[in-house]
Design a protein around this ligand. Structure first.
Ligand code: GCW
Length: 698
């Protein structure tokens, strides 16, 4: 009796909560906002049977508001659709059609594709269309992903921490897996499927061998079971030396038959637990990780050995090109190209080489990596960083869509004009069947998943651009805003305006005109352009800016490291001359005097100061814009964003002031008239210390 009363009480509380006005929105729903209660539920019919089709129908029931027509979900080869003679030639396995059609004599809204997961993607596209104001009565969408592997890379450690993670602990509770499958894993899969993301590397590229042991394979298998019906495969980062650590072999030499046999057996073991396991991601001979070079073998030798182990099961290997060696005195920006370019044509068919967008390391702006277009025989996977290691962690508002778009649209000129990075990556430039794009995830256990509402947009933009790298980042920002904040045009316009200027603002206040790698050591939080005492030269910011009394910037032309020669001749030619180098990349390629005349007529020094000031001013403007939508955005997300913008403003000013104080200590120049003096002296900025900054092992 007592128990019953208690149950009734709980129900009443639950009911009370459900009927209370929606005062708060903690951002948990992401872009999967449920249809407003009270609108007529659409009529959904599923033809055919599968778990994925059922999930697709469930998504529509939850999120689609009234539909002008009944919705029909079916695979394209279903006899019920035969009369429609659908043209499915361009759809591939994942493409969908969403259009009006008469089915069994009833005017309907058809969602179809060749496979169940294509239908699922179509269902999400229909929901997106409705939320972005498309007239469903006239809808006619056909869409197929341009890139095959659309993968998130989790830098999640087995102890629950996340390398460069700013959204709380890892989403994976390794300890309670495989038994407990947290419902969040399903919500995570839904959010990804809505964007078309079809692969997740669940552990850090700085991998522990334990992730390949039986208990952790079982944990990975549990996640794979959750993700599978959502069209998502699980991948693992593999530690190259695992045959030594786990197999007790004396070597991990990729040409050693015992090592090869170990990996083959390991792959077989994984596939027994996860029949659709995607494959391995490998960081080798980079930042202390083991790799084939330890045995005087090439990256191709290492990759091909793993590729042979997974090939019988249809798996692939994503081999990272993020390498630079302390023993190599050459410009760090050149090292990946130097090492990988000669290996073109040497990789097995099921290997992709995964290349960061730029040649250094996910800086707020980098020129595109010269390896794109330089390895025609090798599928090149683009790696972007969604988590904002160098763009203000979770607190700064920096929409990365324009950064992603900038690299995707960059023209390598490898096969004439129009040889964009997007065409290299989607495989079309050289006719590769395998193609892929990876994003380092910004997801953790925070209620809003990504540490802030606006960080969700970066995950969203990655997914949408992975599906279609020709989309404009502004269009993506708009559709994200509509699904996140509703359809008040004033709110949407404000949000999109803020987003579209936000990344450039970060460039301005952290490192304008092609400056890069100026951050504090280890945690990478805040400015440290003065740092010069670290053991390896390329760890020091001074290595990257080379500022002295006479000038600033890294000479990567013939008179310097000649990194420009790694680009195709027409690109190299432009970059060899400071007058034809885009000013946004000027100091990346050139060392120039402080009084160098810029296109604006200002000196380089004046221009730099103007950029720092513009960066801070843009943040102030974003704050003002956000004030303008107070009351039109739910209070919880509004307040958190407002507070984060205050933090951003304070830190933008800190970056500006600290940087200017340092540059002035080097060039001895006064500030241009009207520019405010830094708040503190240089010694103060140098004395700041952040031993507990997040995302970095303490
Ligand atoms: O940007 C650097 C990060 C490291 C990271 C490395 C990489 C996973 O500071 O934390 O390690 O890149 O991409 O391998």
């Amino acid at each position: 009796m007592k128990k019953r009363l208690l149950t009734i009480g709980v129900c009443m509380i639950a009911l009370g909560a459900a009927s209370a006005p929606a005062l708060a929105n903690d951002g948990y729903d992401l872009w999967l906002t449920p249809a407003v209660a009270g609108t007529a539920a659409p009529d959904i019919r599923v033809i055919g049977q599968s778990e994925t089709l059922t999930l697709a129908a469930g998504e529509l029931r939850r999120d689609l508001a009234a539909s002008p027509l009944p919705v029909v979900l079916a695979r394209a080869d279903d006899p019920a659709l035969a009369a429609l003679r659908l043209s499915t030639a361009t759809l591939g396995e994942e493409g969908y059609i969403v259009r009006t059609a008469t089915i069994d004599g009833r005017p309907s809204l058809l969602v179809t594709g060749k496979t169940d997961r294509a239908v699922l993607y179509g269902a999400f596209a229909l929901i997106r269309a409705q939320k972005t104001g498309v007239d469903l009565a006239a809808i006619n969408l056909t869409s197929a992903p341009k890139i095959g592997l659309r993968v998130l890379n989790h830098w999640d450690n087995l102890d629950g921490s996340v390398e460069r993670g700013y959204a709380g602990q890892s989403l994976w509770d390794w300890w309670t897996l495989p038994d407990f499958k947290d419902p969040r894993y399903t919500d995570y899969a839904r959010a990804n499927a809505a964007l078309g993301i079809n692969g997740i590397v669940i552990n850090n590229v700085n991998a522990k061998p334990e992730s390949l042991t039986a208990p952790y394979i079982a944990k990975a298998a549990a996640l794979a079971d959750v993700f599978r019906p959502w069209g998502i495969k699980v991948y693992l980062s593999a530690r190259f030396s695992a045959p030594i650590e786990l197999g007790h072999l004396k070597t991990a030499d990729p040409l050693d038959p015992e090592v090869q046999a170990w990996w083959k057996a390991k792959a077989d073991e994984i596939y027994r637990a996860i029949p659709d396991f995607g494959g391995f991601l490998v960081k080798a001979n980079s930042e202390g990780q083991p790799g084939p070079r330890d045995y005087h073998r090439s990256h191709a030798d290492g990759a091909n050995m793993l590729a042979a182990a997974v090939a019988p099961h249809g798996g692939i290997v994503m081999w990272r090109a993020f390498v630079y060696a302390e023993t190599d005195p050459d410009d760090r920006a050149k090292q990946a190209y130097t090492e990988f370019h000669p290996l073109d044509g040497k990789f097995a068919d099921n290997v992709l080489v995964q290349v960061k967008n730029g040649a250094i390391d996910f800086q707020p702006r980098e020129p595109f990596h010269p390896l794109f277009g330089a390895m025609p025989k090798t599928p090149m996977m683009l790696e972007l960083q969604i988590t904002k290691e160098y763009l203000g962690f979770a607190t700064h508002l920096a929409y990365l869509g324009p950064l992603f778009e900038e690299v995707l649209k960059a023209d390598t000129r490898a096969k004439g004009t129009g040889s964009t990075v997007a065409k290299v990556v989607d495989g079309s430039l050289y006719g590769h069947k395998l193609s892929g794009i990876a994003g380092v995830a910004n997801v953790g256990r925070d209620r809003d998943w990504s540490g802030s509402t606006f960080n969700q947009a970066n995950w969203y933009a990655f997914g949408r651009l992975a599906w279609d790298p020709t989309l404009s980042s502004e269009a993506v920002a708009r559709e994200w805003a509509q699904q996140t904040f509703g359809n008040d045009p004033r709110v949407i316009d404000t949000v999109v305006r803020m987003m579209m200027q936000s990344r450039e603002a970060v460039v301005d206040y952290t490192g304008p005109l092609g400056l890069a790698h100026l951050m504090g050591t280890g945690h990478h939080y805040g400015p440290g352009p003065w740092i010069s005492d670290l053991a390896r030269p390329e760890w020091n910011p001074v290595y990257y800016h080379k500022a002295d009394k006479a000038g600033v910037g890294f000479d990567r032309t013939k008179t310097g490291s000649n990194a420009v020669a790694q680009y195709e001749p027409p690109v190299a030619k432009l970059l060899a001359d400071p007058r034809t180098t885009p000013e946004s990349e000027l100091l990346w390629f050139h060392h120039l005097p402080w009084d160098w005349k810029m296109k604006s007529g200002r000196t380089l020094w004046e221009e730099m100061v103007a950029h720092y000031d513009r960066g801070v001013a843009t943040v102030a403007q974003m704050q003002a814009e956000w004030q303008g939508v107070k009351g039109s955005v739910d209070p919880e997300r509004w307040q958190k964003t407002a507070t984060y913008l205050e933090i951003q403003h304070r830190e933008a000013k800190w970056w500006r002031d600290a940087s200017l104080a340092y540059w002035m200590s080097v060039n001895g120049l006064p500030l241009p008239a009207g520019a405010a003096a830094p708040e503190h002296d240089l010694a103060w900025y140098k004395a700041q210390d952040f031993p507990m900054a997040p995302g970095h092992p303490h």
